[in-house]
Design a protein around this ligand. Structure first.
Ligand SMILES: Nc1nc2c(ncn2[C@@H]2O[C@H](COP(=O)(O)OP(=O)(O)O)[C@@H](O)[C@H]2O)c(=O)[nH]1
Ligand SMILES: [Mg+2]
Length: 288
């Protein structure tokens, strides 16, 4: 067989872009930290901007809160307990997570509420109506979230929420390695929540976790997060599923097995947090 007859071997398309398609302030961890610590809430009556996290069990909600706290403290912390085994939790306490600075006494001006998992059937996961109540500040601190929704007569229900109790940004947590396999019922639930949040004029952001699990290139070097075609594809999938535009989607790697913090991991986390906090503050300014 002559050389002319042999078919050229088709090269697989390169899995990377030549240039990152979004800029990232690598190596600027201190600046990001400093800016976030010095962040001024645009309303003097609000000490902490409230951010609500929602997503499936195992998406990385608790890990995201822990990673933020770790990025500020310069060491791995685990206040928001991470479930080592993924299962459905039936009962969960609705509580606020505060982020502390290095000095440990300074509480930063943004707080998180981590909702129980959005499992497929209402009997197993968080109720859409409870999440909508949480967005409006109607759920009391420490109340128990159970398979049945919180009702008006319940002691868990707050009838007169202050500005401080309300949510200023809703963050969907989605695992990059699971986006394609998400349960359609969960997606439907997220869309319903999105519709209610939009009606309440609450901005929404997607944090796409587990980028290290979704792309081997990124697993090796986190700085490839915006050159990896795979990651961009996954972000696009999140965008299509929920209808959240790409510029409100942020890929991160959470701390999960590390015992020390790492500059690049912190930068990606802090950059995402900066966007969340600014988006939340914009909402706050609108409601003044
Ligand atoms: N490799 C990797 N694992 C992660 C990441 N984020 C979370 N995990 C792991 O995924 C599992 C579920 O995380 P968890 O925070 O408990 O999810 P939650 O149910 O949404 O609170 C845990 O085993 C975490 O250690 C990540 O970015 N990369
Ligand atoms: Mg959790």
């Amino acid at each position: 067989m002559g050389a002319a007859e042999s078919k050229p071997i088709e090269e697989p398309p390169p899995p990377q872009y030549d240039q990152p398609w979004r800029s990232t302030p690598w190596g600027k961890r201190e600046n990001l930290r400093k800016d976030l610590k010095g962040f001024q809430v645009s309303n003097p009556n609000i000490k902490h901007v409230r951010i609500l996290l929602a997503g499936e069990v195992g998406a990385g909600k608790s890990s995201f809160i822990n990673s933020i706290n770790s990025a500020f403290q310069g060491r791995i912390t685990g206040d928001a307990l991470v479930d080592a085994t993924s299962g459905t939790t039936f009962t969960k306490t609705y509580r606020t997570y505060y982020i502390r600075g290095e000095e440990h006494t300074d509480i930063l001006p943004f707080v998180f509420n981590d909702f129980m998992g959005l499992e497929a059937q209402d009997s197993r996961g968080a109720h859409t109506e409870d999440i909508v109540k949480a967005l409006q500040g109607l759920l009391k601190e420490g109340c128990k979230l159970t398979p049945s929704p919180v009702s008006g007569e319940d002691t868990a229900y707050r009838s007169d929420p202050s500005l401080q109790d309300q949510t200023y940004c809703l963050v969907y947590i989605m695992a990059a390695d699971n986006v394609s396999r998400m349960n359609p019922d969960v997606i439907k639930k997220m869309k319903n929540i999105r519709a209610s949040a939009s009606e309440l004029d609450i901005p929404q952001v997607v944090i796409m976790t587990r980028v290290d699990e979704a792309c081997p290139l990124v697993n090796k070097h986190l700085r490839r997060v915006y050159t990896s075609k795979k990651i961009k594809e996954k972000m696009q999938e999140c965008s299509n599923l929920l209808g959240v535009p790409m510029n409100y989607i942020f890929p991160v790697k959470n701390y999960h097995e590390e015992i020390d913090t790492d500059d690049d991991t912190d930068v990606l986390i802090l950059r995402a947090l900066t966007q969340i906090v600014q988006t939340a503050n914009d909402k706050l300014v609108r409601s003044l």
